[in-house]
Design a binder for this molecule. Structure first.
Ligand code: ATP
Ligand code: MG
Ligand code: FE
Length: 343
């Protein structure tokens, strides 16, 4: 069984093919980072235009690399949300056109379900499992009792982890995207500044990064006024220590409380070396198996959409020709819909 997937939710135009749910055949990602760099972030209009320019060549490249044709595909899957509406529309319309022209089943996929399922290309899932989703727009702890069902047990109350990284990087005048830059600097710095950790109420699995962000900005501002020089490496290391401490501690606590078989890390911030190391250390002695995706499956790609889409397809889910981009698609509702609806 071959599943084709298209992902255009943000600034990567991506097409992938997955065989028999778990075998990655091809994974083509056309990144637009260079075009957005001089604006310090993703410009939605530029993203849409790039997707339009890239979608056909990316699709052709994926098919060519796999030495397969659309006719060989069992289903066409696509990210329907969440993301930038103009960006999502390019992928959704491409998927609908291909599926309609070739009379193939069409399946809309939730972007975060994709980030989670990226891990299944490496290792089979064992339920119940807990996923720590840390990306540019999301920071969540998600409990899965079976395929395609998602229960959010904690989430950020303000900024996402990736967003915090990008904002602090901008304050430090580092290029976009800031996450990898801070990660690189942090490795060379000392955790010499004591930044706050937002533990929130006892037992809460929610997150908050806005207080930390303000603390870093204030500390830099104070240093500036006093003519004191702070090494950016130390600021990066101290900031990262706060983020990683909270993420890894809460993920570990939740994994213990829910007695999950696996803790799965997902999203762009899963590429963070500090976070990867902290989790490996925390889970070393644990009964819970830790799954961290390889670097190329952490940030946006279509392989993850194919992996999630293949399961949805095999569970019987189909999207109609009225499938639309849904920038605010809810993960729990998406999961419930998959079990009940056949549209
Ligand atoms: P979402 O998936 O929530 O819709 P997104 O698709 O924009 O958001 P991803 O592509 O999953 O997000 O991840 C991008 C984010 O990951 C950016 O904020 C980026 O800075 C961050 N990131 C990437 N590599 C690292 C790293 N090594 N350390 C920290 N953050 C990183
Ligand atoms: Mg991206
Ligand atoms: Fe993403």
């Amino acid at each position: 069984q071959y599943i084709l997937a298209i992902e255009t939710s943000c600034d990567e135009t991506a097409v992938a093919i997955v065989k028999n749910e778990r075998e990655l055949v091809t994974n083509v990602v056309a990144s637009q980072i260079e075009s957005h760099k001089r604006f310090g972030g993703v410009v939605p209009e530029i993203a849409s235009r790039h997707h339009i320019e890239q979608i056909t060549v990316t699709l052709e490249e994926a098919l060519k690399e796999a030495d397969l044709r659309i006719d060989d595909m069992d289903a066409i899957t696509v990210t329907e949300g969440p993301g930038l509406v103009g960006a999502l529309l390019v992928g959704v319309n491409a998927a609908k056109s291909i599926a309609f022209a070739k009379q193939k089943p069409l399946v809309g996929v939730h972007h975060i379900a994709g980030h989670i399922y990226a891990n299944r290309l490496e290792k089979e899932f064992e339920f119940p499992l807990l996923s720590l989703v840390v990306s540019g727009g999301h920071t969540e702890l998600i409990l899965m009792k079976e395929h395609g069902s998602f229960e959010i047990i904690g989430e950020t109350r303000d900024d996402a982890a990736g967003e915090a990284y990008d904002k602090i990087a901008r304050t430090l005048k580092l290029p976009y995207p800031g996450g990898p830059e801070i990660d690189r600097l942090a490795a060379e710095g000392e955790e010499s500044i004591d930044f706050p950790r937002a533990w929130l109420e006892q037992g809460s699995y929610d997150f908050s990064f806005s207080g930390l962000k303000s603390a870093v900005i204030n500390r830099l501002h104070n240093a500036d006024q006093k003519g004191e020089t702070l090494r950016p490496e130390d600021v990066a290391a101290s900031f990262q220590a706060s983020v990683v401490d909270v993420l890894s501690t809460k993920a570990y606590r939740a994994a213990e409380e829910y007695g999950v078989k696996q803790l799965i890390v997902a999203g762009g911030v899963a590429a963070n070396k500090g976070l990867r190391k902290a989790l490996v250390d925390k889970f070393e002695e644990s009964e819970t198996e830790l799954l961290i995706p390889p670097m190329h499956l952490c940030t946006d790609n279509a392989a993850m959409i194919a992996a999630a889409g293949a399961v949805a397809y095999n569970q019987g889910h189909r999207s109609g020709w009225d499938l639309n981009a849904n920038p605010g698609l809810d993960l729990e509702q998406y999961g419930n819909r998959k079990h009940s609806a056949e549209n």
